[in-house]
Design a protein around this ligand. Structure first.
Ligand code: SF4
Length: 87
């Protein structure tokens, strides 16, 4: 099962091969390929760091993002917009 931050479904949908760093785009490329090859993968939405954050230079050692408040807001907005429940 994939663990994803809710707002990352938007990032994946609009992804055009660019990102925060080379490692980040490599991680995005891998995830996009994984989802395309496994379109029925199960996903759990978590408001917290996920597989994409693992390769992001904005991730902090305490498992947070440097823009934690902003990304949390994006996550909760995404959950509301798509009527998705966390976890
Ligand atoms: S660490 Fe922050 S900026 Fe980086 S992918 Fe995760 S939520 Fe996005």
């Amino acid at each position: 099962m994939l663990l994803l931050r809710p707002h990352h479904i938007n990032c994946l949908f609009f992804y055009q091969g660019l990102g925060y760093s080379k490692n980040f785009t490599i991680g995005m490329d891998k995830l996009v390929t994984l989802i395309k090859e496994n379109p029925y993968s199960k996903v759990m939405f978590i408001v917290g760091c996920d597989i994409l954050c693992n390769n992001c230079p904005n991730r902090q050692v305490n498992n947070c993002c440097i823009t934690q408040n902003k990304v949390n807001e994006l996550d909760y907005n995404t959950l509301r917009t798509y009527n998705i429940k966390e976890n």
